[in-house]
Design a protein around this ligand. Structure first.
Ligand code: NAP
Length: 519
């Protein structure tokens, strides 16, 4: 069993008792009491005696990332006096045990710990051997992840442990080691009581651990999915897909995967994560800045790639099919772009038409960036007449030239001419109107001739009801929000990975509950 341990800085008894009660109510099965700021047995002893949960007692010195300035001997004496009642473990720094020549007091079981707040210790494996050969009951090694690949080393240490072990990476890139600790059989992982109140960088709240990352459902065979990007912590995809796994009963967990920009970083991530036995990496969403890198990587690997994704030049979904042998090194990869299908579905379902029917429509695509390109490629493929309106006309012209004649006609026009346009469908793919600039519209105040036959689709999902959509509603036009696209691209991914119908309504509820209401 891997314990879920809430770390608490003790400042006074009442507050700490309250926090222990909150941790118990939130589902923690252990607390770590960090006493390095109190140093007073009159506070610590009653707290330990009344604790609702088993405690780890830790008095971390300044030189190991804590607050305590006492000498080693003084700290050990304090721990000795305080470690009574409900204390189940005492944590002592490995470094202190090297300097302390006398026998350690006859405590409860011991955790010997080693932390590196800067990066990976050069002598990582020497430290682990020292921990494993020491008299401690639990070996704890924690370091700051330099890249996401450091997590794999933590998993490897857990796989090869000879005694109970805690192996964690700190920082944003190390987040997955905190969640997957359970999959790899760690002694415990730490969580904070609330977001942003952790005792170490990268700790996530117990509520997120339980509700978003499915802590209670994680096991050795749990399949791993995630979204690759940088930055990535803002992504709503983990909340959406994990809620989906819960709904359909799929044994999976979906994680934010921070991979630095650049093809080499993406490739190194793919090669190491795909080849890591026991990880069960089964599917990836790919977002900014890696969608083009993803296509290149899959091309180099000779993977199966959806033809339209090739034409668009980006892949946002990888399906990883392990061979029957179970050897992940021989997994086959397939690449898709679920964004284009999401754009097409958002439009055609609202209009009650088939994709092929788009051949009879004139569509204005506003914007010529990544999303504009995806929309233009998809519309041109299904024969729509498409006019690309963009602030930078040359960009619109290049895009039009690339896709004109694929099936439908594509032309370019300056954004300023949009109010003179006469199309049945308008798709905004610019970022104009996105939070926090919620009063802006790519049209300004001059609207084209819109009627109840016009459909206006804004790909922006935050806010859900943009200024552009308000203008469209006021003109009597039909509207579609970017939430629809977000839901549909996630549906495409979920179904490709699980082979089960995606709970689209659950996805919609998760997204809507997370988006801030319009000011
Ligand atoms: P991008 O590649 O950076 O393209 C941005 C586009 O917006 C360009 O055409 C740019 O014009 C235009 N633009 C930016 N600021 C402007 C301004 N002040 N006035 C006029 N035009 C302006 O961005 P992207 O990745 O395509 O994303 C664009 C939007 O798509 C985002 O807002 C995002 O919300 C939305 N999106 C939604 C989903 C979904 O699932 N719903 C998914 C992906 C993206 P220039 O060429 O002149 O610079």
């Amino acid at each position: 069993m891997t314990h879920l341990c809430v770390a608490i800085f003790v400042d006074d008894v009442a507050m700490a008792q309250n926090q222990i009660a909150q941790a118990a109510a939130a589902g923690a099965d252990m607390v770590e009491l960090r006493i390095d700021r109190v140093l007073d047995t009159n506070i610590i002893t009653p707290l330990v005696h009344t604790s609702l949960l088993p405690c780890i007692l830790t008095c971390r010195p300044k030189w190991e990332g804590g607050h305590c300035e006492l000498s080693d001997d003084e700290r050990l004496r304090l721990l000795d006096a305080a470690a009574t009642g409900n204390t189940h473990y005492v944590d002592v720094e490995l470094e202190s045990t090297r300097h302390h020549f006398g026998p350690l007091p006859a405590w409860r079981p011991l955790i010997f710990s080693s932390h590196d707040f800067v990066g990976r210790p050069n002598l990582l494996y020497n430290i682990v051997v020292e921990l494993e050969q020491s008299s401690c009951n639990v070996a704890k090694i924690v370091w700051t992840a330099r890249t996401i690949r450091d997590n794999l080393e933590a998993f490897e240490l857990l796989q090869n442990r000879s005694k109970p072990m805690i192996a964690l990476c700190m920082g944003e890139a190390g987040l997955i080691s905190r969640i997957l600790a359970k999959k790899f059989g760690a002694f415990l992982t730490f969580a904070s009581l609330e977001s942003g109140t952790g005792t170490a960088p990268g700790q996530i709240s117990i509520a997120d651990m339980k509700k978003i990352y499915r802590w209670d459902k994680l096991g050795a065979e749990t399949r791993v999915y995630g979204v690759v990007g940088s930055p990535i912590m803002h992504s709503m995809s983990p909340a959406i897909h994990n809620a989906g796994f819960d709904t359909v009963g799929h044994d999976g967990v979906y994680l934010p995967l921070l991979v630095e920009p650049g093809y080499e970083s993406f490739k190194a991530f793919m090669e190491t994560f795909l080849n890591f036995d026991g990880l069960h990496l089964s599917g990836l969403s790919v977002t900014i800045p890696h969608k083009e890198n993803c296509l290149r990587y899959l091309q180099e690997k000779g993977a199966e790639i959806e033809p339209l994704a090739r034409a668009i030049g980006t892949v946002n979904t990888i399906v990883i099919d392990p061979l029957a042998t179970g050897n992940s090194k021989l997994a086959t990869l397939r690449g898709f772009n679920t964004d284009y299908a999401a754009i097409l579905d958002a439009v055609t379902i609202k209009l009650g038409i088939r994709r092929e029917d788009l051949a009879g429509y004139r569509v204005a695509v506003i914007g010529a960036g990544g999303t504009g390109r995806t929309a233009v490629a998809a519309l041109a493929h299904y024969g729509a007449t498409t006019i690309v309106y963009n602030r930078t006309l040359e960009r619109a012209e290049e895009l039009a030239a690339e896709f004109n004649g694929h099936s439908g006609k594509v032309v370019a026009a300056p954004l300023a001419k949009l109010c003179d346009s006469c199309c049945q469908i308008y798709i905004n793919t610019t970022s104009v109107g996105m939070h926090p600039n919620v009063n802006e519209s790519p049209l300004g105040d001059q609207l084209p001739r819109w009627s109840s036959d016009t459909l206006v689709f804004d790909t922006i999902y935050n806010p859900m009801r943009t200024r552009l959509l308000q203008q469209a509603e006021e003109a009597g036009a039909k509207t579609v929000s970017g939430v629809e696209m977000f839901v549909r691209q996630a549906v495409g991914q979920f179904e490709a990975w699980t082979g089960k119908p995606a709970p689209a309504e659950v996805f919609r509820q998760v997204i809507e509950s997370r988006l801030r209401p319009r000011d």
